[in-house]
Design a binder for this molecule. Structure first.
Ligand code: PLP
Length: 316
């Protein structure tokens, strides 16, 4: 008979955690506001009227931070990489050709994910610590017919910012590509206008610019991407948990997909509410490119708060 596993000797958390509040100075996780921490301590039913109200508000606030009017804003129980994988698993079908612009570690991860869903990834490594130029991307896009491109807004691994993201996205769109953008590190610390820039999927994590907890992430699909790649899909995506049609049951149809991480969603709600409160803007002007910069959800005083001038030649 195999001996039973005995109770391990465990040191209580109080003896592990330092006394002082943790001041984390990295890109994320970042310290969370008290309201976010309090929300994260609550568990409610994952379905029902209360949760539905919370979800509707999370989506509305998500539309604000992504600057989109799309009805396909949703969360995912998992890290930023899960949101990344959800975007790719639903928008890249086997055999699709995808141009992956790589500036470093995280943008390379999207190429790995494309290969795993049996897409054909062509990687462009942007040399040095340069940001990707529109000319470079356009040149490559004109050589072959691609179905999608992936790129990062801010590459945390080396601080490179693709500050021509808006122009690259529009150019790729014009050439018929879906545009998938990793804004895990940059959302709500830098301007991003999903609809105006014609982006088809934006991915973010909770633990960086939004100042929420890690483990519940947010993404948005454009109406166009949803209609073209998700609504009409006949073969099943490889990942059940990340299937956007199934996730839509929870995020848009008040029904069950998997048991949602309720506490993390409540925390995300509070974090988004604070972003909205800090950057109030008349709703009519939010989505226009002429809106004054101070009205956009760009700068979080307690989060990773870097600013790259977008109109200069600066790459970092
Ligand atoms: C730009 C970028 N993309 C993706 C990720 C992956 O996020 P996660 O670690 O939450 O999976 C990170 C994490 O640091 C990141 O900085």
């Amino acid at each position: 008979m195999i001996e039973a596993v005995s109770v391990p000797h465990i040191v209580p958390l109080d003896d592990i955690l330092p006394d002082e509040p943790l001041l984390m100075m990295g890109a994320g996780p970042v310290p969370i506001p008290q309201r976010v921490a309090a929300a994260n301590s609550i568990v409610i039913n994952h379905l029902g009227d209360t949760m539905s109200k919370v979800i509707e508000q999370v989506k509305d606030m998500g539309r604000y931070v992504f600057q989109t009017r799309s009805s396909h804003v949703m969360g995912v129980g998992g890290p930023g990489s899960a949101a990344m994988e959800m975007a790719i698993a639903n928008l890249v079908h086997p055999g699709d050709k995808v141009l992956c612009i790589c500036n470093g570690y995280f943008s390379k991860r999207m190429a790995d994910m494309v290969a795993r869903v049996r897409g054909e990834a062509t990687v462009i490594e942007v040399p040095g610590l340069e940001s990707a130029s529109v000319e470079l991307v356009e040149r490559e896009l004109r050589k072959t017919r691609y179905d999608a491109i992936t790129l990062v807004q801010g590459e945390t691994s080396n601080t490179v910012c693709n500050h021509s993201l808006d122009r690259i996205a529009r150019a790729a769109r014009e050439l018929g590509c879906l545009v998938i953008v990793d804004a895990v590190c940059t959302l709500s610390t830098m301007p991003l206008e999903m609809d105006n820039w014609q982006i088809d999927a934006v991915i973010t994590g909770g633990q960086k610019g939004l100042s929420s907890i890690p483990g519940v992430s947010l993404l948005a699909f454009s109406e166009r991407a949803w209609a073209k790649k998700i609504a009409v899909r006949t073969d099943l995506p490889f990942h059940w948990c990340l299937d956007a049609q199934l996730a839509d049951k929870f995020w848009n149809q008040k029904s069950y997909h998997y048991t949602a991480p309720v506490s993390g969603i409540l925390a995300l709600h509070e974090a988004l509410r604070l972003v909205c409160a800090e950057t109030p803007c008349p709703s009519a002007s939010i989505a226009t490119s002429t809106a004054p910069k101070r009205c956009r959800p760009v700068s979080r005083p307690w989060a990773w708060n870097c600013w790259w001038p977008s109109s200069t030649g600066s790459t970092r």
